[in-house]
Design a protein around this ligand. Structure first.
Ligand SMILES: NC(=O)c1ccc[n+]([C@@H]2O[C@H](COP(=O)([O-])OP(=O)(O)OC[C@H]3O[C@@H](n4cnc5c(N)ncnc54)[C@H](OP(=O)(O)O)[C@@H]3O)[C@@H](O)[C@H]2O)c1
Length: 263
């Protein structure tokens, strides 16, 4: 059976500025049908109905893709993903490889998750365990890289510190994480360091509409393998079970999806 899919998000978060919009588009995607702003609905063509769960991985892939598009990652460049062991960070590694990065330096504290990235993607991924000492961690990043780093994607969560971000600011950098949302110090980037290393910081929230079309093309061209994602699907009537499962089974390349019957 074929299904036609769209990428569309009714709103992931509602800070004060988005509250009015969310009051109207408040139903979300756990439903047979969803209401969303037309300009946010991007047609992606037909898919096989049995692959619908895997296509939900678009949600993880498009966020870092938006970052790399904003940072203008070029084929042949060296990318660094800071926070590569997380859900979005691991997807970022897959995206940078699909965009033909020469290699991807992947940082994280969880060595098991780093080893899993190496196993999954091979020698183009260079993993660096973060030990919490800024200068030492930075030195090991530079040592692990195949050459000068061109483009950094930071996707650390609010619990991480500004120092963890600053450690990896080694080139033009796109900041996508949540650092600072719970308070804490600012980045405090040294002026001479930025000047001498030609550092360009760029903040990025989500991704432009055409990213969904391009990402679907990369998936259809097998540049991104949705098979990396382990999907556990629940019917709409088991939504609470799905939430409990998602909470207990978070992590790289793991997705819990709700698969409503077509309305
Ligand atoms: N800009 C956007 O459009 C956008 C969209 C969606 C999400 N985000 C941001 O992306 C962030 C990451 O989301 P995610 O779902 O990938 O999170 P996640 O799965 O929890 O991954 C975050 C990773 O950060 C690492 N980390 C480093 N220091 C940490 C600390 N002190 N406490 C906890 N984890 C720490 C952890 O790996 P190690 O333990 O290996 O270090 C963890 O795997 C979110 O918090 C959100 O702010 C941004």
């Amino acid at each position: 059976m074929k299904r036609r899919i769209v990428d569309g998000r009714p709103g992931w978060s509602a800070p004060r500025s988005g509250l009015r919009l969310q009051r109207y588009f408040h139903d979300g995607a756990w439903a047979e049908q969803m209401r969303l702003p037309t300009e946010n609905a991007v047609p992606l063509g037909d898919i096989d109905a049995k692959d619908a769960g895997h296509w939900c991985a678009l949600g993880s892939l498009l966020v870092p893709y938006g970052g790399f598009l904003a940072a203008n990652l070029q084929a042949g460049e060296i990318a660094l993903v800071n926070g590569a062991t997380g859900s979005f960070g691991s997807a970022a590694v897959a995206v940078a490889l699909a965009m033909d990065a020469r290699c991807v330096v992947a940082t994280g504290r969880n060595e098991q998750a780093l080893n899993e990235l190496s196993r999954r993607f091979g020698a183009r991924v260079r993993t660096v365990p973060m030990r919490g000492h800024e200068a030492d961690d930075r030195a090991r990043i530079l040592q692990a890289s195949a050459g000068p780093i061109d483009c950094v994607l930071d996707i650390l969560p609010p619990a991480a510190s500004a120092i963890q971000v600053r450690t990896a600011i080694l080139a033009r950098v796109v900041l996508m994480g949540g650092v600072g949302m719970l308070g804490g110090d600012g980045l405090d980037l040294p002026y001479p360091w930025m000047m001498r290393n030609c550092i360009t910081p760029h903040g990025q929230w989500m991704y432009p509409p055409q990213a969904a079309t391009l990402m679907a093309g990369m998936i259809r061209a097998s540049l991104i393998d949705l098979g990396h994602f382990e999907i556990t699907a629940f019917g709409l009537e088991r939504t609470n079970d799905a939430v409990a499962h998602a909470a207990a089974n978070a992590g790289p390349f793991k997705m819990t999806v709700i698969a409503p019957q077509r309305g």
